[in-house]
Design a protein around this ligand. Structure first.
Ligand code: ADP
Ligand code: MG
Length: 250
């Protein structure tokens, strides 16, 4: 694995460490000896071809895949505490004809009260507060199936931020979002990580936003092939090889 300038010593700050991570599904080795180190407050982006193992790496961190190796989260002074992880899955689709509203979706996820009983006043206030974090209060009564790609991502993000996690994981949040929506979503993620001092780990195929928003980029192809600053990875030989590009810059 080619390691570029990013790997600084953590010192007293908190971090997520992935070491010698291997994942097998059946006889297929999906990931082998993957290494990643994400510091608190950082945005790390995973890039790589389809089928490279990006989602598998996220699922291993989420505890949804068996693995060998180490996935460790350290917070100084809180040794035994498990990190809270917020997760925005890869664009789930909702039927536009379904009458479920954003408020109903929150109620299903956050309350034991059946949705047909409607939302209690206090629950509606909680949902509003959650949506305010993503500037989405006006979405509360919209049907989930009619939301634009960017609106749906904001709603899913609001769900993932309750309670505020230590690490926020997003699987391809920019797919299905138009260019304007992409910039708005990335600005929002930037604001959220600074406000709540959380780490963000996301996968993306959109390389153009990396230099502006990502602190670290890891190129995945069944392992971490290369990691470093966006500039380092995007100009690396490994990047060109992986995406079958000719010489020269992007
Ligand atoms: P990426 O997110 O980079 O596109 P994935 O992590 O989804 O890649 O998948 C990596 C490889 O693992 C693919 O070849 C995929 O077919 C395989 N894979 C992922 N999940 C499963 C599964 N549940 N069962 C069998 N193979 C899987
Ligand atoms: Mg994927």
């Amino acid at each position: 694995m080619k390691e570029l300038s990013h790997d600084r010593d953590c010192g007293q700050s908190c971090c997520l460490r992935v070491e010698k991570l291997s994942v097998k599904i059946g006889n297929d080795e999906i990931l082998k000896n993957a290494e990643l180190h994400v510091h608190c407050g950082e945005l790390a982006a995973l890039i790589g071809p389809n089928g490279a193992g990006k989602s598998t790496l996220l699922k291993a961190i989420l505890g949804q895949r068996d693995y060998t190796g180490v996935i460790a989260f350290s917070q100084p002074g809180q040794r035994s505490k498990k990190p809270r992880i917020g997760y925005v899955p890869q664009s789930p689709s909702f039927d536009p004809s379904e009458p479920i509203s954003v408020a109903d979706l929150f109620a299903c996820c956050m309350s034991r009260r059946p949705a047909f009983l409607g939302l209690s006043k206090s629950m509606r206030q909680t949902v509003k507060t959650c949506l305010q974090r993503v500037h989405g209060e006006d979405l509360i009564d919209k049907r989930v199936g009619t939301l634009s790609g960017g609106e749906l991502q904001r709603v899913l993000l609001a769900l993932a931020l309750e309670p505020i996690p230590n690490i926020l994981i997003l699987d391809e949040p920019l797919s299905g979002v138009d260019v304007e929506g992409m910039n708005a979503l990335m600005d929002m993620l930037d604001e959220i990580r600074k406000t709540y001092d959380l780490s963000i780990l996301m996968t993306t195929h959109d390389f153009s936003m990396l230099p502006r928003y990502a602190d670290q980029v890891a190129l995945i192809d069944h392992t971490v092939v290369c990691k470093g600053t966006p500039q380092e990875v995007l100009s690396s030989e490994a990047f060109r090889r992986t995406f079958h590009m000719q010489g020269g810059s992007l």
